[in-house]
Design a protein around this ligand. Structure first.
Ligand code: HEM
Ligand SMILES: *[C@@H]1O[C@H](CO)[C@@H](O)[C@H](O)[C@H]1NC(C)=O
Length: 526
């Protein structure tokens, strides 16, 4: 297997002088350290700028950098040299599922254990406990694995989430029923903050830190917004000040929450998780820190997803009418009552829009740490001590997988098959076995051992809130605008936590639908 030249990696004069200097240094170094490659490793794609080129590409282009590889190479997996090591990039669904299956040597938890403590400024001692090095010699599962697979996944299953789902849904209806007719908002802020407040109540109880200190909602989002810089860890107190301050304020409030035993009102899952941390000898402040990455999972992605669903539905009047028809006919238990179970089981269009919105806005790249030399697909050698990444942006935009309109929104892509259907030349979706998309091509919730355990809760809150907005309101241009500026560009040059945010504001006016001005909506899980 020879090297594949990377024809178009960009170095077209826009790079900073510093980067050019690094490149020169890299050129010299690359002669000193030749990459030792085994011929069985996947085909190598050398960067134009030696050693550092791929890192520069990722920093400058974010997730888009991985997308271009999917368009240029037909190999199912490639090797990207980085300094004197390499990372592997998976570009085909078949290989993605093989990587997921080889979970005994291709390990997700190792990466989680590295990243999560870093997010919240956790101490060395706590990191060591979370790392749980003794698990191996004691022949038991690692602590993180026990918590996620033994505790979180079962307690977030559809049969268990009914009670917290109803708290979440009641929060949504109280909020929306109270907004005055003609209310003007910036949609991203409006949705993301409401879902944050609702999720904190559902998971952490009515006396959660954000309910007692409402200003923490913004502090939390400040932390989230600066998280990548914070995690780089170069004096974050100065270089990522807003994130640092936001995090510390949230931690202080969680310490207070725990000191006052307000955890007793949290969802059982979080009570047991905290007990676990307590039993492992983690201090109170450090326990508080470990709650913050948990808040990331519950607070951040759903609001952005609802925003994109609203954008796709309300910018298409025909689609809007079809969704309203579907919900009206199949999911109303009473004129003012929407059931999530009915939405989920009897409304394929709104669920398809949900999955399709995430296909476009959440092309997640999942990593696995290579614990031991591993051969995948009987062909490719992955070397111990490297990271293999399943390239979501490449898989989600691949026309061979999804059809000619792979890069644009197609509301019906998931109507017949929950894994997706390849579109025809004219964009129609024809239900046939031959057109079924393999499950591993869809990356928004990861896959295999790291498949998101929160996905049922996410679908519940996102589809229900979307249905309520569609049934209750028209979204009109705000004062001073002659139309709503739909389809804001995506902030896709930055690595998102999962769902990509809009780059611009999306301002709208909420008008109650004619004839339904006085409806007080209710949402229920069952
Ligand atoms: C739209 C909403 C959500 C999206 C897009 C999302 C996405 C993801 C993705 C892509 C992963 C896998 C990471 C990887 O493979 O690298 C993941 C893992 C995880 N998610 Fe979610 N998630 C969402 C909602 C939630 C919710 C509501 C919860 C909790 C209630 C949650 C808890 C978790 C946890 C604990 C993991 C770690 C799983 C593991 O380590 O094996 N997520 N999520
Ligand atoms: C989706 O893919 C999974 C995994 O391959 C498979 O078990 C399931 O049957 C598929 N669903 C449909 C509706 O084809």
């Amino acid at each position: 297997m020879g090297a594949v030249p990377d024809a178009s990696a960009s170095s077209n004069g826009t790079l900073l002088t510093a980067v050019a200097l690094l490149a020169v240094a890299g050129l010299v170094l690359s002669r000193l350290f030749r990459l030792q490659v085994d011929p069985r490793e996947p085909p190598i794609v050398y960067p134009t700028i030696p050693l550092l080129g791929h890192i520069i590409g990722m920093v400058r282009n974010g997730p888009l950098y991985f997308k271009t590889f999917g368009q240029k190479y037909t190999h199912p997996i490639i090797t990207l040299p980085v300094l004197t090591s390499r990372t592997y990039l998976v570009l085909s669904p078949d290989l993605a599922s093989q990587v997921q299956r080889a979970s005994s040597t291709l390990d997700f938890v190792q990466l989680a254990v590295e990243a999560l403590p870093r997010m919240a400024g956790v101490s060395k001692e706590t990191k060591e406990i979370v790392d749980d090095p003794k698990s191996k010699e004691e022949g038991r599962e690692r602590m993180v694995t026990q918590v996620i697979h033994g505790l979180m996944a079962p307690m977030l299953s559809p049969s268990k989430i009914g009670d917290i789902a109803n708290i979440q849904l009641r929060h949504f209806t109280n909020f929306l029923n109270a907004i005055p007719n003609g209310h003007e908002v910036e949609l991203f802020r409006f949705l993301s903050r409401e879902i944050t407040r609702a999720s904190m109540e559902s998971f952490y109880g009515p006396e959660n830190p954000f309910a007692l200190h409402p200003e923490l909602v913004e502090e939390f989002w400040n932390w989230e917004g600066g998280l990548v810089g914070y995690m780089l860890g170069i004096f974050p107190k100065w270089t990522a000040k807003k994130a640092y301050v936001g995090l510390e304020k949230c931690v202080t409030a969680f310490v207070e929450y725990m000191q006052n035993n307000r955890h007793s009102q949290a969802y059982e899952l979080l009570r047991r998780r905290q007990q676990f941390h307590q039993d492992e000898g983690i201090s109170l402040e450090e326990q508080a820190r470990l709650e913050i990455p948990m808040c990331l999972g519950i607070n951040v992605n759903a609001g952005i997803t609802v925003l994109w669903m609203m954008n796709h539905i309300f910018s298409r009047p025909v689609l809007l009418a079809e969704v309203r028809d579907e919900v009206q006919s199949n999911a109303l238990l009473a004129p003012d009552l929407i059931s999530f179970t009915a939405l989920r089981d009897k409304c394929p269009l709104i669920n398809s829009i949900y999955k399709e919105s995430m296909r476009i806005a959440a092309p997640m790249t999942s990593g696995r740490y290579v614990v031991a030399d591993t051969i995948v697909a009987d062909t490719y050698l992955l070397r111990k001590g490297t990271v293999v990444q399943i390239a979501g942006p490449a898989l989600h935009s691949n026309k061979e997988i999804w059809g000619p309109d792979a890069e644009t929104f197609n509301a019906r892509r998931f109507v017949y098959n929950w894994n997706g259907t390849r579109s025809s030349e004219d964009g129609t979706i024809v239900d046939s076995k031959a057109n079924q998309v393999p499950a591993a091509a869809y990356r928004s919730f990861g896959g295999g051992s790291s498949l998101c355990p929160g996905r049922h809760f996410a679908q519940m809150e996102i589809v229900s809130l979307a249905a309520l907005l569609v049934m209750g309101f028209d979204l009109e241009a705000p004062t001073g605008q002659d139309r709503v500026l739909w389809d804001p560009p995506m902030d896709d040059k930055r690595f998102p936590i999962a769902v990509i945010k809009p780059l611009n504001e999306l301002n709208v006016k909420f008008m109650r639908r004619p004839g339904r001005e006085d409806v007080r909506w209710k949402l229920e899980y069952y």
